[in-house]
Design a binder for this molecule. Structure first.
Ligand SMILES: Cc1cc2nc3c(=O)[nH]c(=O)nc-3n(C[C@H](O)[C@H](O)[C@H](O)COP(=O)(O)OP(=O)(O)OC[C@H]3O[C@@H](n4cnc5c(N)ncnc54)[C@H](O)[C@@H]3O)c2cc1C
Length: 673
């Protein structure tokens, strides 16, 4: 097969092409998406003795948002140094989002992030300052050698050396006999009788190199494919390192679960986000005081230090004070100037940040641009933590930022790093237009609705990681993946294998291979993606009303009916891209349906309905849930804290998971002896 290249030359497709050839497999538990949540789910399921298969679109060793690394392990309230209980921390995280954060998976994270990290340590991950590089630092516990971030008093976020966690997890899959199939883009969930809403019996997809069809029959399926992207902004030319999340995470999991009849919550939330801008510098690659760079000192062009204030606007002086709760606060969960749109979180949970009126004060002449991150002026331990553990292990910064800058002569003890605040191109706080929105590049967003087993309304379909409604973070993906994998394995143990519908397989094969038969003269996947983004920019942007949303729906339906069938693919890679964009159309339709259903504005959801301008009225303080029903969308709602009590729902399930893993491990030891 020859593939035209933009250089004008014709390249040979390097793999044998096998369109239509079917490869069938069977497992107790199938995991879709070999990212952080998926691999943890696979490891947990296999640790209970289940037969596990992972289907991953890219290469599991490094795939997904967390593949390149992790530097901060969030909300580990179960760690030995924490002074805050999982209940208190989970509730604060939920309250900080006005209730629009999942109490279920957030509690699982707060109650088991540490035990998950301990398992990572047993796999070979470095989680302690074993070389005593930070001996005596304020953020180090001398006994355990653990290092903490943000709130040094209450100690529930750990600094970790996570650049190789993903390869270590891949190695663990080998040890546990998990079958990992890389380069398989899953395109549908298989249900009993092929009926939407029925029990889930497996999934199927296309191999991205050969084009072969891969079908797996399983008693339980864990979906862990992260969130939709490229809904409002798409440019094939301005992307690369400027995007935050990897292109393989394109929302397919949402589309396939929705088509199968799964329920989704909070799909109406979207926001302006620096992370969506195609003009941004590499994330964490320019001077800032956010997340990884917290609590870095910022100075102006004359070296004048930018003051910091607490959540009530009171001055906070000195680096040490930025890392302790202030008067009126028991603990804080976030600090640093963090977003282009103010976060409406509660002051008692927000940490110190550089003055929010810096721009006005600069325009009045008090500060002179450009600004710089003054690493050289930081206390030595803080400097070494930021430009060392944090930038050295944060996703996507180890090589592009740390290694490249240092190879070019950057010396954190001597040099300052320019910030692009108030210029164009900041790597963290890009000034973005209202229509440059993101669904889930950043923060807590909508996703698949699950219960305390992390199972959806479809029997046998579990979810984990960023795809879950109202959850986020690496440690959340790890802890929820581990929990979902064990629950799925126990579900599989209690279930018989369901029948895969041959009719569904044939119907799906016809759908996924259709782009191969389209004329190359039609639009390509990039044009279709750009068209979706333009529709969403125009009609589902910051300001919404019924008329605009109805136009969005009309245009998306038009694209679905008239353009989707014309987009062609010339090789298996293009086929994967075309199918991704088909699913992006579905994700956009899901978002518009949810936006139509919420007839009130909400600051927490960054949701502005001009025809319902009242912000967060009490009667709309609830989750909106959408589900596909034939060609219609069924809308229902759930009370804001519908999950009930944390401990009594979590603890018995956690105990059952642990017992299943312990008994499988004992059985394995007996067999080995
Ligand atoms: C640059 C960066 C830095 C970050 N730093 C931190 C940090 O320090 N601390 C923190 O808490 N969080 C951090 N995060 C967030 C964290 O990485 C994510 O929360 C976490 O990776 C989510 O895990 P996941 O398993 O849900 O998704 P992912 O890890 O993205 O995995 C999803 C997987 O699904 C695969 N997939 C997608 N579609 C399909 C399909 N159709 N078929 C088969 N496979 C498919 C993808 O290829 C991918 O491997 C960071 C994120 C980024 C992007």
């Amino acid at each position: 097969m020859n593939v035209p290249h933009e250089s004008g030359t014709v390249l040979r497709w390097p793999y044998a092409v096998r369109y239509g050839t079917e490869r069938d497999y069977e497992a107790d538990v199938l995991v879709i998406g070999g990212g952080i949540a998926g691999v943890w789910a696979a490891i947990a399921a296999a640790s209970t003795g289940a037969k596990v298969i992972v289907l991953e679109k890219a290469a599991t060793e490094r795939s997904g948002a967390g593949g390149p690394g992790v530097d901060h392990w969030q909300w580990a309230a179960d760690n030995p140094g924490s002074r805050i209980s999982p209940e208190e921390l989970a509730q604060a995280l939920v309250d900080n989002q006005g209730g629009y954060r999942s109490g279920i998976s957030t509690y699982i994270q707060c109650a088991s992030a540490w035990e998950t990290l301990e398992e990572m340590e047993r796999m070979g991950g470095k989680i302690r300052d074993t070389g005593d590089e930070f001996r005596g630092a304020e953020f180090r516990d001398e006994k355990t050698k653990l290092l903490y971030a943000y709130d040094y008093t209450n100690r529930f976020v750990l600094r970790v050396w996570g650049h190789n966690f993903k390869p270590l997890m891949r190695e663990q899959c080998r040890r546990l006999g998990i079958r990992v199939f890389d380069r398989v883009a899953v395109t549908s969930i298989l249900t009993e009788g092929g009926r939407p809403g029925a029990r889930v019996v497996g999934a199927a997809g296309v191999h991205c190199h050969s084009g072969a069809y891969v079908a797996v029959r399983a008693k339980a399926v864990v979906l862990a494919t992260n969130r939709p992207k490229r809904i409002w902004t798409f440019s094939s030319e301005l992307r690369g390192i400027t995007t935050f999340r990897p292109p393989s995470c394109s929302g397919t999991g949402y589309a396939i679960a929705y088509r199968a009849g799964a329920e989704f919550a909070m799909m109406e939330k979207s926001m302006r986000s620096s992370f969506a801008s195609p003009y941004a510098y590499p994330p964490y690659g320019s001077g800032n005081a956010i997340n990884t760079w917290y609590p870095c000192t910022i100075v102006d062009a004359n070296g004048k230090e930018v003051p910091w204030v607490d959540a009530w606007g009171r001055p906070v002086s000195g680096v040490a004070a930025r890392c302790r709760p202030v008067e009126g606060q028991k603990f804080f969960i976030m600090g640093g100037g963090s977003s282009s749109q103010p976060h409406p979180g509660l002051p008692q949970h927000l940490g110190p940040k550089p003055i929010p009126d810096l721009e006005a004060r600069m325009l009045a002449g008090e500060f002179v641009p450009p600004f710089y991150a003054d690493l050289a002026g930081m206390p030595e331990m803080e400097r070494k933590a930021i430009w060392g553990i944090m930038v050295g292990n944060e996703g996507k910064t180890r090589i592009p930022v740390m290694k490249t800058y240092m190879a070019s002569g950057f010396d954190p003890e001597r040099d300052m790093l320019q910030s692009y605040d108030f210029l164009r191109g900041h790597g963290m706080r890009e000034p973005v237009l209202p229509q440059e929105r993101t669904f889930g590049e950043q923060g807590v967003c909508g996703g698949m609705l699950v219960d305390w087993d992390l199972m959806s309304n479809l029997p046998g379909l579990f979810g984990a990681g960023d795809l879950l409604f109202g959850g986020q973070d690496h440690s959340h993906a790890a802890a929820s993946g581990r929990f979902a994998g064990a629950r799925a394995a126990l579900h599989a143990r209690r279930s018989s294998a369901g029948e895969v519908s041959l009719e569904q397989i044939e119907r799906e094969k016809k759908r996924v291979y259709a782009p191969l038969a389209c004329s190359a003269a039609g639009p390509d996947w990039k044009e279709l993606n750009a068209a979706v983004a333009r529709v969403m920019q125009n009609y589902c942007s910051e300001l919404k009303n019924a008329e605009l949303l109805s136009l969005a729906k009309t245009w998306l339906d038009d694209l679905q009916a008239n353009e989707v069938p014309r987009v062609s693919a010339g090789d298996p890679h293009q086929l994967m891209r075309v199918l991704e964009v088909h699913d992006i159309v579905t994700c956009a339709q899901m978002i518009v349906s949810a936006c139509e259903a919420r007839k009130a504005s909400s600051a927490y959801l960054h949701f502005n309905r001009r025809d319902y301008p009242q912000m967060d009225p009490a009667e709309w303080h609830k989750w909106l849930v959408i589900r596909k029903q034939g060609e219609d969308v069924a809308v229902s709602d759930r009370p804001i804290a519908f999950w009930g009590d944390f401990e009594s729902n979590y603890r018995p399930r956690h105990a059952e998971n642990a017992a299943a893993m312990a008994s499988a491990s004992q059985a394995a030891s007996r067999a080995a002896a």
